[in-house]
Design a protein around this ligand. Structure first.
Ligand code: DC
Length: 234
């Protein structure tokens, strides 16, 4: 018997850049046999295409129009998910430094957020989704049955990103920490759907904790929420 075949729920995992959300969300989705949706990848896709078209990240009108007509598809695969924009696979391009540096500005554009939230709600309609981002529990899926706010200290987040960069990082650890803090500030201070913890979200500080520990905790909460709902349905 599938131990997880209780009532499928939606799980929202929000938090700042580099807190480990995508790794944790992917593992939680695997364990629950749910679908993982990386919403940051969607904002990155819009940013990458906008930059490639030569648009300024502050040109909200044209970037808003681009987001409205861009077809973004997330395809689950062994390494997480592939990102397609109008059928083109841009999975690796969306992780560039150039995209990192501009994505907060693009994701502050209201029309971009409205369109992404719309796509994200469609993806979560049938439940059984683990979605990570900044505004999932507060704005995109305010009715998600489990909400988690996952964070870690800026230094720890910088160290994790630094390690991901391999043997010849193009930036120093201090620069990375500065960029991460700056991105947090912009995500928190933007006018529309800023990064804040939902009142009913469970808070996890992963500084000094292992990924497995954090995943176990979230899966336990998820199974409990799902059992409570299925008991209520009977
Ligand atoms: O999680 P990430 O670093 O891939 O996210 C990239 C950017 O997208 C980040 O600066 C904030 C933004 N973002 C957002 O505003 N809302 C989301 N739901 C997800 C990401």
């Amino acid at each position: 018997m599938n131990p997880h075949s209780t009532f499928p729920i939606n799980i929202a995992i929000d938090g700042p850049a580099g807190a480990g959300k995508s790794t944790v969300a992917r593992l939680v989705a695997d364990r629950m046999r749910y679908i993982y949706v990386d919403t940051g990848a969607m904002y990155r896709a819009v940013t990458y295409i906008a930059l490639r078209q030569g648009l300024s990240p502050d040109d909200s009108k044209r970037i808003g129009e681009l987001a409205e007509r861009l077809d973004i598809v997330l395809l689950p695969d062994d390494e997480g998910q592939r990102v397609l924009a109008d059928g083109e696979d841009i999975t690796s391009q969306i992780r560039s430094l150039e995209v990192n540096r501009n994505v907060s500005r693009v994701s502050a554009i209201e029309a971009v957020r409205l369109r992404m939230a719309d796509l994200q709600r469609q993806m979560a309609k049938s439940k059984g989704v683990v979605m990570d981002g900044r505004d999932i529990g507060t704005h995109v899926l305010p009715d998600a049955e489990l909400k988690v706010f996952l964070t870690a200290s800026p230094r720890e987040r910088a160290i994790r990103r630094y390690r991901e960069m391999g043997e010849a990082p193009l930036v120093t650890l201090d620069q990375l920490e500065h960029e991460i803090s700056e991105r947090d500030r912009m995500d928190r201070e933007r006018e529309f759907a800023p990064l804040v913890q939902a009142l009913d979200a469970r808070y996890i500080d992963s500084t000094g904790r292992s990924i497995e520990e954090v995943v176990d905790e979230i899966v336990e909460w998820g199974l409990k929420a799902s059992r409570t709902i299925s008991a209520g349905e009977k």
